[in-house]
Design a protein around this ligand. Structure first.
Ligand SMILES: O=C(O)CCC(=O)C(=O)O
Length: 256
């Protein structure tokens, strides 16, 4: 398999917990993804097995939207259910970066399209991903892939460089969210990572991160593709679910 990262880039990922890699797909592929997504949100394309979450304030009737598609916050399972997004989840460049970080045997733990419609999209509070997820070791790697340019105004990623090295932090329930307990991190250490659409922010599942509300008149849509080593163990109730295979082998006693 290709090794797109230089030793310096790999070292930066280990040190900082994140790495920006630009231009992962062609402009035509990116446009194809945007078109397909618009078909689901605004064009009446059947959702099939996709799971959709509505923006909580819209769901509660506290905020009105012109079109139901303007009130969608999250769409899960696009890689499993949609041919164009499956190609993205298996994209050679993305998988090669992940394989350099996690090793050659990889499964997809989750894929979530996270939408911040203009003026509607709310914040995602400071959190680490692993405390949400029943997988050990807590060392998954997500590729956060914006379909629109992600800016300070529309809710780009904000991260705490090196914060993953502190290990898992206590999390508490907050309004519509599950966030790091105040006092266990310093938001002033947050660094914003504006990105061009079609780039990927690869980040460790213990990296504290946050996205602001969309205060702009432009969409911010991004898909989080979260990969794990096939040598990971499932720590939830019952037997491990069967995860989406990306490449390499499956191991007895590990995630299926
Ligand atoms: O895209 C967002 O707004 C938040 C994404 C995020 O926090 C995540 O994927 O863990």
């Amino acid at each position: 398999m290709a090794t797109p990262l230089t030793p310096e880039q790999l070292a930066a990922y280990e040190r900082d917990g994140f790495l920006l890699v630009e231009e992962l797909v062609s402009p035509a592929e990116l446009e194809g993804l945007r078109e397909r997504l618009w078909e689901y949100t605004h064009g009446g394309r059947p959702l099939g097995g996709l799971r959709v979450q509505i923006e909580p304030r819209v769901e509660r009737g506290e905020l009105a939207v012109a079109h139901p598609g303007d009130g969608i916050r999250k769409i899960d399972f696009l890689v499993q259910e949609d041919d164009r997004f499956r190609v993205l989840g298996l994209n050679e460049r993305i998988v090669a970066v992940v394989a350099q970080i996690l090793g050659p045997d990889i499964k997809l733990f989750r894929n979530s399209l996270l939408l911040k419609p203009p003026a509607v999209g709310s914040a995602k509070g400071w959190h680490q991903d692993s405390p949400y997820w029943p997988i050990e070791p807590m060392a998954l790697c997500s590729c956060w892939f914006p379909l629109d340019d992600a800016t300070l105004e529309n809710g780009c990623m904000v991260v705490i460089p090196g914060g993953h090295r502190a290990g898992p932090l206590p999390h508490v329930s907050a309004t519509d969210d599950y966030v790091i307990e105040p006092g266990y991190y310093d938001p002033a250490q947050g660094v914003a990572v504006p990105m061009r659409a079609g780039s990927g922010l690869f980040f460790h599942s213990l990296l504290p991160h946050y996205t602001a509300p969309n205060r702009s008149d432009r969409w911010r849509r991004a898909i989080a593709l979260s990969y794990m080593s096939a040598r990971s163990r499932y720590t939830g109730e019952g037997e491990s679910p069967v995860y989406f295979p990306v490449c390499g082998a499956t191991y007895p006693g590990c995630v299926r």
